[in-house]
Design a protein around this ligand. Structure first.
Ligand code: FEO
Ligand code: CA
Ligand code: CA
Ligand code: CA
Length: 675
């Protein structure tokens, strides 16, 4: 037995607010001399940006800049549905008049030969033919332009062993270091053996599966010729400027181009040419060991919190032990592109998009045809990025687009106090990105993207998660989930709250509505949290009900009509008195800043996805790690694990564990969602 659950809990919690660390950014960009303590206020924004325009404080200056939309003057919410009541229980809840049907659960068959899910007798081979664990990003690649037939692509971010495997957890009472004299209860998970590690590795990665809507209900097409599981063992290729670099070479791969697997794929994207993008996020948890004394990667790894040693993979697979294979960790932390049209294609790790804790890779075609990828680096005090391809998207020639991601410019964002944003290029040989600072090539800049961005003076953010561009109006929405470690003297205009427990959302308007622009304007769309508690300083509109507000924005989707949907990670009985969910957020007119709860998850879960199909008649949502928690919910009141779960969602059978699942939400009788 080992104290694994504490590490695992810390790993999970490191994505939440109570992590002990202060973030990994050692620079003082966070105090930003020139804008120290200059707390953002709407008035100052207006004075600087639009002094001549007399407008109500509830109307967005950016909305008026784009001035394209008559709706901005109307003032009514663009969402019409009866919102769900916020709260906590074992089940999911969707707005009245909608169906939320389970489409895919952990362990479900993806192929005609997939073994039936048998949680008591799991094997790596079975898992590799079944839907993986902890579904996060959900994308849809239409077949022949249909909104009723296509490939669903889903990331499997990580595994929760205490919820997945029977017979491995012991409940122990021990002294509480933080409260002398008090005891606390902990779950202690047995050390993993080789088989369990290999099941975990097979439960990671992604799923590509054909789905079809029949009589208004979605079905999985198991016979789909393109169906595929990608795992932590799938062969991949490193491409772009860093591929082949000595720092990417290992004992097993002298070419520095061939790597196996992708891990901790959080959010992602689908490109205009129909490929699937998987973003590698918290890679540090998968590596163990210590680098050899004086190794050149020491500072690089420290900046990423590597190795953290949450998982035991390194015990059985030496490449995850940095003392045995010091360069393997440089082969993770990238953005991966998968050609779903060929189930045997080798996924490509596109090094041009940088190496950090990639949250997602939502993207949009700019005015001149170049493609722009918005990238968050999810860590306290880390940065917002975007990548602009050098080449242009050719809608008539798919093959011509297949390597667009190997050439282009990676930028990091500097948010100025006056409401402007500057995108700073991470280009070797320019500015401080030279030999003097230890960079000898663009490969070095990309392998150590964070350090390069530190040197350029990027703005340290409150954990950038999903970033969603809206092609229709040239705006971009940045989810900043929280940062309880920001101190009073560390606030900046774009991150104006010290101890930001509930996060905020920034709206960017790129200059001229051009996503490839290197300058733009920004403002805060929403400061999150309970608006009824004055100290929290939340800025939801007064139309937002006690059900509609939220904390911890994480993923987002923008539907065909340009409406913003936000899913959350970290709401709980303790944090906000509610579970996570999917919220509809108005961005225009007098309704700007109004949020309504559309769907909520079962206890212990977070809300991932979300995705609205082009016809807006289906929303896909992903329920991740349901049942991982419940101790602070009065309906359960203790730690949750395989044999004693706070919920057995979605099957509610005594012999079936809780299962992360993707749901298809449709309107009863048909029609658009939330209209
Ligand atoms: Fe995997 Fe940033 O959440
Ligand atoms: Ca996320
Ligand atoms: Ca998150
Ligand atoms: Ca998440």
């Amino acid at each position: 037995m080992n104290d694994h659950i504490s590490a695992r809990a810390a790993f999970r919690t490191s994505q939440l607010e109570e992590f002990e660390g202060e973030g990994l950014n050692p620079t003082d960009n966070r105090t930003m001399g020139e804008i120290i303590a200059a707390r953002f206020s709407r008035r100052s924004f207006l004075r600087g940006a639009l002094a001549a325009t007399a407008i109500a404080a509830t109307v967005s200056p950016i909305a008026l800049i784009s001035a394209e939309n008559a709706r901005a003057a109307e003032g009514a919410s663009r969402f019409s549905f009866k919102e769900v009541e916020a709260g906590v229980d074992e089940n999911h809840h969707v707005a009245e008049g909608y169906d939320a049907d389970i489409l895919l659960r952990w362990g479900d068959a993806l192929f005609p030969d997939s073994p039936a899910f048998d949680p008591a007798n799991q094997t790596p081979e079975a898992q590799a033919r079944q839907f993986g664990y902890n579904n996060d990003y959900v994308g849809f690649i239409p077949i022949e332009g249909s909104s009723e037939h296509g490939y669903l692509v889903v990331n499997h971010e990580y595994t929760n062993e205490h919820l997945m495997f029977p017979g491995i957890v012991k409940v122990v009472e021990k002294a509480d270091d933080k409260n002398p004299g008090k005891m606390k209860t902990e779950l202690v998970v047995a050390d993993a053996d080789r088989k369990r590690v290999d099941i975990e590795m097979a439960a990671h990665g992604g799923t590509i599966v054909e789905i079809r809507k029949v009589d208004g209900k979605w079905q999985v097409v198991r016979e789909g010729a393109k169906n595929r599981r990608i795992t932590a063992a799938t062969e991949m290729q490193l491409t772009g400027p860093a591929a082949g670099d000595a720092r990417l070479q290992t004992a097993a791969d002298a070419t520095g181009r061939k790597v196996f697997g992708t891990i901790n794929n959080c959010a992602g994207g689908v490109t205009p040419w129909g490929t699937y993008i998987m973003a590698e996020e918290n890679i540090h948890g998968y590596f163990v060991g210590e680098l050899p004394e004086g190794h050149r990667e020491a500072d690089n790894y420290k900046r990423l919190g590597l190795p953290e040693g949450t998982y035991a993979w390194g015990k059985f697979h030496e490449r995850f032990d940095v003392s045995k294979e010091p360069n393997e960790a440089n082969r993770f932390g990238w953005v991966v592109e998968v050609d779903v049209e060929d189930p045997n294609s080798i996924p490509k790790k596109r090094t041009a998009l940088g190496r950090f804790k990639h949250e997602g890779a939502d993207n949009v075609v700019s005015k001149d045809g170049r493609v722009v990828f918005y990238l968050g680096d999810d860590e306290r005090f880390d940065y917002v990025y975007k990548f602009v391809t050098a080449g242009k998207f050719d809608p008539a020639n798919r093959a011509a687009n297949m390597d667009l991601l190997d050439e282009g410019t990676l930028y990091t964002a500097k948010f100025e106090e006056d409401g402007t944003i500057e995108w700073l290029p991470l280009t070797f040989g320019t500015g401080k990105l030279t030999a003097e600072n230890g960079f000898s090539s663009q490969a070095d800049v990309l392998i150590e993207t964070r350090r390069a961005a530190d040197l350029l003076g990027a703005t340290p953010m409150d954990r950038p998660e999903d970033i969603g561009p809206d092609a229709a109006n040239g705006r971009v929405y940045v989810m900043l989930t929280n940062n309880s470690k920001r101190k009073d003297d560390g606030v900046n205009a774009a991150n104006p709250r010290a101890k930001n427990a509930f996060g905020h959302i920034i709206e960017i308007a790129e200059d001229g509505g051009d996503f490839a622009a290197t300058k733009g304007r920004w403002e805060i769309l929403l400061k999150c949290g309970d608006p009824a508690v004055a100290d929290v300083g939340a800025t939801f509109s007064t139309e937002t009900t006690k059900n509609g507000w939220f904390g911890m924005p994480d993923n987002c989707a923008i539907d065909t009509e340009g409406r913003l949907w936000v899913s959350t990670d970290g709401n709980s009985p303790k944090a906000t008195g509610r579970t996570d969910g999917l919220f509809a957020v108005d961005t225009e007119g007098a309704a700007r800043g109004t949020s309504k709860l559309f769907f909520r998850v079962p206890v212990g879960a977070e809300m991932c996805g979300p995705l609205l199909l082009p016809d807006m008649q289906t929303a896909f949502v992903a329920v991740q790690h349901p049942g991982d928690g419940g101790e602070d919910w009065e309906g359960f009141g203790r730690l949750s694990y395989y044999e004693d779960l706070s919920t057995r969602w979605p099957d509610f059978k005594p012999d079936m564990p809780v299962r992360p699942s993707v749901l298809a939400v449709t309107r009863q009788g048909g029609g658009k969602i939330g209209v």
